[in-house]
Each structure stands twice: as C-alpha cells, then as structure tokens.
Write a protein that binds this ligand. Structure first.
Ligand SMILES: Cc1cc2nc3c(=O)[nH]c(=O)nc-3n(C[C@H](O)[C@H](O)[C@H](O)COP(=O)(O)OP(=O)(O)OC[C@H]3O[C@@H](n4cnc5c(N)ncnc54)[C@H](O)[C@@H]3O)c2cc1C
Length: 297
C-alpha cells in the first residue's frame, strides 16, 4: 500500500486486536461478498477508508493450503488487509472481499484467504482482526483544500472510496464527488445500486460513472456506463478543476512478483490500473500532491 500527500491521520498508532463475530456474509456480485462484523461492544473507532488485517493462519481450514503455499513461495504467508466498506456512522462494521480467480497457466498460485472469507460459510464464526489502519482517508481540513473529490477505482478498489463517499455525505461536508469505477463486465460492478441511490439522493453533489472493459452486451453502454478502460480523455472530461480537485485512486498496481518476473525476462512489467491512471492524471496536469492512492495486490 502506498499513499501520497496530506497528513497521515490514524486514530490509533498501534493496531488493536479484536475478536469479532461474522454476523452475515452477503453476496454482492458473483465473486464479491460483504462480511458484517460484530465487535461485541468494543470501542470501534475508525476513519472511512481505513482497513483491518486478517491473519490467514488462524483458520484451521487453511492450514494445509498455507503450508503448501509457504513451501512453494519459500516464505511465511502474511496477514491480508481489507478496507472497511462501512462508514463510521453506520451501525454495522463491514468489509467487502473480492475472490481471486485461479487461471491455470496464468495465475501462479491459488489465492489463500479471499476465497475462504467469501465461501467458507463464516456466518457465526469468531475471527481475529487487527485494526484500524491506513492513511487513505479524508484530511480533517479537506474542505479548505478542495470542493471536489474525484474517486477513481478498479474492482475491489471501490471499497474504501464507497466508505469515504458515504462518510462525507453523512457529515455534510461541502464537497462534490465524481465517482469513476472500472470493472470488467456489468456483473462485476460493485455497489452499483447503492452508488446509483447516492447519486439520485444527492443531485449536483454526486456523479457516478462506470467503465467496463469486457462487457459484450452493447445495450449496457450509455453516457454513464462507458466502454473500455479509464482513458485520459474521460479523465479530462470529468476533471475540469485539475489544480484544485483531490483524487482518491484505489486498485491494482504492478506487484512485487510482476517486477521480479520483469527482471527475469528482461521485459518491462505491464502497467496496471494504478500506473495507467497516474500516468493520465500527471499528463493532464494533476499535481501528484493532489492524488491519494491505495494499491491492492
Ligand atoms: C490496504 C489494502 C486494502 C485492501 N482492501 C481490500 C478490500 O477491501 N477488498 C479486497 O477484496 N481486497 C483488498 N485488498 C487485497 C487483499 O489484502 C488481498 O491481497 C486479496 O484478498 C488476495 O488475498 P488472497 O490471500 O486471497 O490471495 P493471495 O494468496 O495473496 O494471492 C493473490 C494473487 O497473488 C498471486 N501471488 C501470491 N503470491 C505470489 C508470489 N509469491 N508470486 C507470484 N504470484 C503470487 C497469486 O497467484 C494470486 O493470483 C487490500 C489490500 C491492501 C494492501
């Protein structure tokens, strides 16, 4: 994870460990689910956009897979991070997890934790989490810095931005929000209905657009659902105020193992969502200091 500019605002310096109960696992899309977590009355203080860590070693069902992966990779499997999809004012704390597909010949290893969180029938389970962490949050003085937040997210990268948007609206911050989400297909669109409701309920304040890279049903496309990747032209259209907006970009970036492979094969790593979007923003003249970013993967 990395992030730029604005003071790092964390409510707690050292993450605390909580034992929480999974009260519900709600399927969001075909490969994404929201886990609602009951902290059992513990004081829960977090900022919209922050995340928790979950150690995969706590789950007996993952012991064999974790041991196998560790042997293959030659290192211990680490905790995984999950952004809260809930905002602090909401009664239930939630994370939203996207499955990691194993594609033979392309994906090197099967994913460890995400499939289990989604499909492991965890409703009622007690799990340990560490929280709350991360600087991907609105600065306290955000209204002095800007009147326009541009959310740019790919896949599960939409999770913290969804929380930030809900939080800013709830607190009545004088900010406009442009939300741009990139997904493969219509079926992959995370929080589609919730975002549409927030847009309808906040006219002139919230504008939502989607881009779909692999949708084959042409009838899905319109002015609000565009075809292809997030392009420079689209960002130019959505960001007239390049000197004053604040951008929150979240999604996949080149991974450490992409880099290792690039070194081995002596071919540059293919830019992913984050590198491409940052390139467009920089070309358009958005100062790097005005771009907050969080990378997954
Ligand atoms: C700050 C932060 C917040 C996040 N928030 C969310 C969120 O809200 N929702 C969400 O769904 N995800 C989120 N993530 C991503 C999440 O932490 C996990 O990375 C994701 O769920 C995958 O974990 P996994 O155990 O299922 O898969 P992993 O076991 O980590 O595998 C994932 C992929 O990496 C490949 N891989 C793993 N190790 C290697 C290796 N050594 N060499 C080559 N390839 C390898 C695997 O083949 C697989 O394709 C967040 C990440 C960060 C850093």
């Amino acid at each position: 994870m990395s992030s730029a500019e604005s003071p790092t605002v964390t409510l707690r310096k050292k993450p605390l460990e909580y034992e929480v109960t999974v009260t519900e696992v709600r399927q969001e899309t075909h490969d994404t689910a929201t886990l609602f977590l009951d902290f059992g009355g513990a004081a829960v203080e977090y900022k919209a956009g922050q995340f928790i860590n979950i150690d995969p070693h706590q789950f007996p069902a993952l012991r064999t897979l974790a041991a196998y992966l560790q042997e293959q990779k030659g290192r211990r499997e680490l905790f995984r991070s999950y952004s809260m999809s809930s905002a602090p004012h909401e009664s239930q704390v939630a994370i939203t997890v996207k499955d990691e597909e194993f594609i033979p010949g392309i994906t090197k290893y099967p994913a460890l934790l995400a499939p289990y969180l989604i499909h492991g029938r965890l409703t009622g389970a007690r799990i340990k989490v560490q929280g709350f962490m991360g600087p991907y949050t609105l600065p306290d003085d955000v209204q002095e810095r800007t009147d326009h937040i541009v959310h740019i997210a790919a896949g599960s990268g939409g999770v913290p931005n969804f929380a930030i948007l809900k939080d800013a609206l709830h607190r009545g911050l004088k900010l406009r929000h442009t939300v741009l989400c990139s997904n493969k297909t219509w079926a992959d669109m995370l929080f589609r209905e919730e975002l549409a409701k927030l847009e309808a309920g906040n006219p002139g304040t919230v504008r939502v657009l989607h881009t779909l890279t692999r949708e084959t049903d042409e009838s899905r496309f319109n002015d609000k659902v565009r075809k292809g990747r997030i392009s420079q032209a689209l960002l130019e259209e959505l960001i007239p105020d390049k000197q004053t907006c604040l951008v929150y970009a979240c999604g996949p970036a080149i991974t450490a193992w992409d880099r290792r492979k690039a070194m081995e094969t002596r071919t540059p790593a293919t830019p992913r969502f984050m590198e491409t979007v940052l390139g467009h923003l920089h070309t358009l003249g958005v100062d790097d200091k005005r771009i907050k970013r969080e990378t997954y993967g």
